[in-house]
Design a protein around this ligand. Structure first.
Ligand code: ZN
Length: 137
């Protein structure tokens, strides 16, 4: 089995924002030379998430609205006593920092309406770090 590891850095411009990283992942798979296996995409931050969904403008806004509804910033969260971003941690914890995508015939197994997003939950930030690890043959 072979492995290929890389890290990408993402700059975000809003507090909550979806950044499409599908092309970076496809490039990483191609450059790895690995034809069949898995691709792990993993964010190194506790106030972000990795999600897979459709890159449609309205839906991307809906996703951010749903995060706002489920994890309101203004609530009296305990973490806000020492920081002001409990809502960001909670949303990140429930959505999770990673996704695993099958690699087949040198490309990602993604459906027609699936893209991979880095979800910023406490931006804007410079240099958000996302690891891409590909394992296979
Ligand atoms: Zn915090």
């Amino acid at each position: 089995m072979n492995t290929s590891f890389r890290e990408i850095q993402i700059n975000t411009t809003k507090r909550r924002e979806l950044i499409d990283v599908t092309q970076e992942l496809l490039m990483a798979v191609q450059e790895s030379g690995i034809k069949n296996g898995i691709c792990v995409v993993y964010s190194l931050h506790s106030t972000s998430a990795i999600i897979i969904n459709e890159p449609e403008r309205g839906l991307m806004e809906d996703l951010l609205t749903k995060v706002e509804e489920d994890f309101p910033r203004g609530r009296d969260w305990l973490h806000n006593r020492i920081d002001d971003n409990a809502d960001s941690h909670l949303a990140g914890a429930f959505m999770g920092p990673s996704m695993v995508i099958p690699v087949r015939d040198g490309s990602l197994c993604l459906g027609t309406w699936q893209s991979v997003f880095f979800l910023e939950l406490d931006g804007p930030r410079i240099g958000r770090r996302v690891v891409i690890e590909i394992l296979g043959e």
